[in-house]
Design a protein around this ligand. Sequence first.
Ligand code: ZN
Ligand code: ZN
Length: 238
Amino acid sequence: MASNRPRILPHRRALSTVLDLLFPPRCVVCRKVGDWLCVDCLSGFPRLVDPLCARCSAPVRDSPLCADCWKSPLRLEGVRAVAPFWGPARAAVHFLKYRYALSLAEPLGAMMAQCWEMRGVPVDLVVPVPLHPSRFRARGYNHAALLAWSVGRQLGLPVDEEALIKVRATKVQMSLGLEERRANVQGAFVACRERVQGRRILVVDDVCTTGATLEACAEALREGGAREVWALTLARTI
Ligand SMILES: [Zn+2]
Ligand SMILES: [Zn+2]
């Protein structure tokens, strides 16, 4: 049966609740006690501003596409992102991913939903970039799925955390170049045909660096019969 909220392993949910009680949330940017993202840091959150590449959202000057997208366009319809990946966005991703700041997904997802309302197109289904099951068991939740559920709720779109499955564990992409990244994630994902066929999919992740992971997801979704594949991330490496 389809779920209507993110999958979080019970022990991880309990630990996160206890940590919130013992150590009240502090703003990930300015460290003020109260919320994971205080009102001031939320309103001052750095944003990517126009002009941006129509395809991958990298900053451009006098051209609709960036140099990379002229050379070899990303293999998906387009990527939209809220913020450059430094300072506040980097801190937010770190806390969401490694410090169990689960409720941080709400304000971050709200910014992403707002970005999609401004720059996006109609889609049918929100799908997070999945973790490999071994990584999911270790972490207890998928941070991209937390963002996807928040985005879906705020855009009034269905979310399917099981439409894409990661069938092969991959190396951490951080230190790899573009071609190594592509090879690393090639064939790592499989889509569930009955969940995606004929649909316009919005893939959600925390960060887009080269787009290799999003491209591998898009390839799997297309093989599963998806009609269009778009992506939305909180941050974009510039
Ligand atoms: Zn703050
Ligand atoms: Zn581009």
